[in-house]
Design a protein around this ligand. Structure first.
Ligand code: SF4
Length: 249
């Protein structure tokens, strides 16, 4: 015996069903009788078509080497990348942090936090401050020196990512409203071509308020200046000659 013809709410024919099932649907009020011969019922609502498979997140299962500038900036970013399914490894290389006592303080803050959240971190040694000052010599103005500072740190990250066989590299600097995302993006893409590892770029500034909350929740040390001696000077003295306002930036 052939089955019962089933129409959806818009009158489109679906797969036939058995008479017993049709009777049940009619009895429950979830369908109405269209005709006895041929036995046809219409469902009272449009049956949703099967949804196309949700697109897999491009970060899912990817090994990501994340340059980390400090513990507080790691809070939101590491959580975010993990939620997207990435296998995150932190990477510490920040010769832009001065003086050395401040560098150690920020490094220790990250070490403690990384342990708390079971984050593996590659610690680049030693303190490469001489290289930092060589790179920015003659380019001390805010903005100009920052581009060189980003390049130094991202270059090392990209190289470490290539050596370690990572799928992607990125940086926690992408969360900061004080950093230049355009320059970071261009640099990341340039280094990606050189080292053959993809750079992950996204404006993560929406997480900046949450990163403050998380840093407080975890009792993390929060610095009051970006990192280099010039930024410390500028934070205390707006008339510092390297200051952005003096550069028209
Ligand atoms: S202000 Fe920050 S980003 Fe700019 S050079 Fe100094 S440490 Fe680097």
């Amino acid at each position: 015996m052939s089955g019962v013809i089933v129409l959806d709410g818009e009158g489109k024919r679906l797969a036939d069903c058995s008479e017993a099932k049709a009777e049940k649907l009619l009895a429950s009020g979830r369908a109405r009788l269209v005709s006895q011969n041929p036995f046809t019922i219409q469902l009272d609502a449009v049956i949703p078509l099967p949804q196309a498979e949700a697109q897999e997140d491009p970060l899912q299962g990817k090994r990501l080497l994340l340059h980390i500038c400090c513990g507080p900036c790691a809070t939101f970013t590491v959580r975010y990348f993990r939620e997207r399914g990435a296998q995150v490894t932190g990477y510490w290389y920040n010769p832009n942090i001065h003086p050395y006592s401040e560098y150690l303080k920020r490094r220790e803050t990250l070490a403690r936090y990384a342990e708390e959240i079971s984050l593996p971190v590659l610690w680049e040694a030693p303190y490469d401050v001489i290289e930092f000052f060589r790179r920015i010599a003659g380019h001390e103005a805010f903005g100009e020196r920052c581009a060189l500072c980003y390049r130094l740190r991202l270059e090392r990250t990209a190289r470490a990512a290539a050596e370690g066989g990572f799928d992607l590299f990125s940086t926690t600097l992408l969360i900061s409203p004080y950093q230049n995302l355009q320059i970071l993006r261009a640099l990341g893409e340039e280094l990606s071509r050189i080292y053959g590892v993809a750079f992950y770029f996204e404006n993560l500034r929406r997480g900046f308020a949450e990163h403050h909350r998380l840093a407080e929740e975890h009792g993390l040390y929060r610095q009051r200046y970006c990192g280099c001696l010039y930024s410390e000077w500028e934070s205390l003295d707006p008339s510092a000659p390297t200051h952005r306002r003096r550069q028209g930036g």
